[in-house]
Design a protein. Structure first.
Lengths: 141, 392
């Protein structure tokens, strides 16, 4: 397995996956309810993604890749990109990754964790599908 | 639409009485047009009357649409046949005592009447086939009990959820009773054929998963026989519950508390290591087993990190042997794990010595001894340890 070729590549994948979920009438509202707001940080790639509910009415989700976000995350997950790739493909258990300090959570609202993990399944499965289809160098057997 | 005579035949109520009930508004009939739904309601009214309900009480229930559930009976054919256990024994090759035992396990009033219809008889033939294939009786009886308990829960949930989410809202919207009955009949007719393939799909999916687990388990776990028909398995037993949940319920209300439990159990399910399984949930408590001590303990430590606010979870873990029966685990080692969690503080993972012994050189976990602790029901004090992430 190779790593991400660049920060741009991970950003591109996350953007595609979030767009797909946003356009799904079932998965969109579920992640919207769970993204209250959520921030994923990948320090090795100096990349951040902030996800929150979209208030405009046209979309379920709103996300950006700004380091300084207007929204304060209720759940922040910090991980190296290699861990992110494993986690997002369902190959790394999130709770065990926390115990092993490979995933560092910062929780300001206990409800945020309770909402996020059950709702994150579509995020993982869409990520896995996209990687196997378009980014085979990231696939984990 | 059906004729009055047909409605009478279906409901078992005389045509004269049906006419009177329709005039009194007990049975919803539009312009003398009888339907299967109104006949089903008439049957329910006849039963309520037999049970001593006053005409006023029945009328109130009927007008509010509460009796519209009678539709469902038409979805199931009434099986024919009246066989005694002795007759069924002759037809299936099973001992009559075993047939009675199996029927009692099924536990419905039909099963308790002691008579078997054609459907029961077919089921007994399947049971005879299973036993003639060599599957041990002691295991088969457990399996029947698990099937009965699980399917009973499924059917109960289906009816209750249908009532809560379909029937009640229609009544609240003051939809006319006949319309309620017809709408529900239509929806139930659409849904019922889907449930069996859906359950079959889930059954196959879980079978595949557990067969795989069993193959791995054969390689790793010690299995012994703890007595006649008692298979003992070595397992890691883990209990997780929410501290302060009673207070949370009092402060936030039942619905908020139920919502919290659902999300809590979903999060446990979504984050558990692959080899771990939820055995049961009891209120705010979840029982998990795993053949491996390390991943389950790491999971517990990581999982609790996610909760910094009340009601915070706490975890108790013990490794030992238990009797596996009826899909559950029994024995003093299970009881011990349960006692351990009740000693843990909020946000704490408390483990016993066999857990620590099974994780000798963990790079990621630290076990801090808290000494020997008296636990109710255990004659000797038990050494307990707090599991935390190792310092970097």
């Amino acid at each position: 397995m190779g790593g991400f070729s660049s920060s741009k590549e991970l950003r591109e994948i996350l953007d595609t996956v979030l767009s797909e979920i946003d356009g799904d009438p079932e998965e969109g509202p579920r992640l919207r309810a769970a993204a209250g707001p959520l921030r994923l940080e990948f320090p090795d790639l100096k990349l951040v993604v902030n996800v929150r509910a979209d208030d405009g009415g046209k979309h379920f989700l709103d996300w950006d890749f700004r380091k300084r976000s207007s929204s304060t995350p209720k759940l922040k997950l910090i991980m190296e990109s290699e861990v992110a790739n494993r986690l997002l493909q369902g190959r790394e258990n999130p709770a065990i990754a926390i115990a092993r300090r490979r995933l560092r959570p910062s929780v300001t609202d206990a409800g945020a964790a309770l909402r996020f993990f059950p709702a994150a399944k579509p995020l993982f499965s869409r990520y896995r599908e996209l990687v196997s289809e378009k980014y085979p160098h990231l696939t984990i057997d | 639409m059906i004729s009055l005579a047909e409605a009478s035949r279906l409901s078992g109520v005389s045509t004269a009485k049906l006419r009177r009930w329709a005039e009194e508004g007990l049975v919803p009939v539009d312009d003398s047009r009888w339907t299967r739904a109104s006949a089903a309601q008439a049957r329910v009214i006849a039963r309520m009357s037999e049970r001593g309900y006053t005409p006023e009480a029945i009328r109130d229930a009927a007008r509010g649409g509460r009796l519209a559930f009678g539709y469902a009976e038409d979805l199931f054919e009434v099986p024919e046949g009246q066989h005694t256990a002795v007759e069924a024994g002759e037809l299936t090759g099973l001992e009559p005592e075993l047939i009675e035992r199996l029927m009692t396990m099924l536990g419905t009033p039909l099963g308790l009447e002691g008579r078997l219809n054609e459907e029961d008889l077919r089921a007994m033939k399947h049971c005879a086939q299973v036993l003639s294939s060599g599957f041990p009786l002691v295991a088969f009886l457990q399996l029947v009990r698990v099937y009965a308990q699980s399917i009973r829960k499924v059917a109960d949930a289906e009816v209750r959820l249908f009532h809560l989410y379909v029937h009640e809202p229609l009544m609240q919207d003051e939809v006319p009773p006949l319309e309620i009955a017809e709408e529900m009949e239509e929806m139930a007719s659409d849904l019922l054929p889907i449930t069996t393939p859906l359950m079959e799909y889930m059954h196959n999916r879980y079978l595949r998963f557990y067969i795989e687990q069993d193959v791995v388990g054969h390689m790793e776990s010690e299995v012994g026989i703890g007595g006649p028909g008692l298979a003992r398995v070595s397992m890691t037993f883990c209990f997780v519950d929410l501290t302060g949940f009673t207070r949370y319920t009092e402060e936030e209300g039942d619905e908020e508390a139920l919502d919290l439990i659902e999300r809590f159990v979903e999060t446990v399910e979504a984050t558990l290591p692959a080899e771990a399984t939820i055995v049961k949930t009891i209120g705010d408590e979840v029982m998990v087993v795993s053949p491996d001590r390390l991943p389950l303990t790491e999971w517990a430590v990581g999982f609790l990190t996610l909760f910094q606010e009340r009601p915070q979870p706490r975890v108790g873990i013990h490794y030992g042997a238990a009797v596996f029966r009826d899909g559950d685990y029994f024995g003093s080692d299970v009881n011990l794990a349960h006692r351990v969690v009740s000693r843990a503080l909020a946000g704490e993972v408390l483990v016993t010595e066999p857990v620590v012994e099974g994780i000798p050189d963990s790079e990621y976990l630290t076990f801090k001894p808290i000494g020997e602790v008296e636990l109710k029901g255990f004659p000797k004090p038990i050494s307990l340890y707090i599991a935390t992430p190792a310092k970097a």
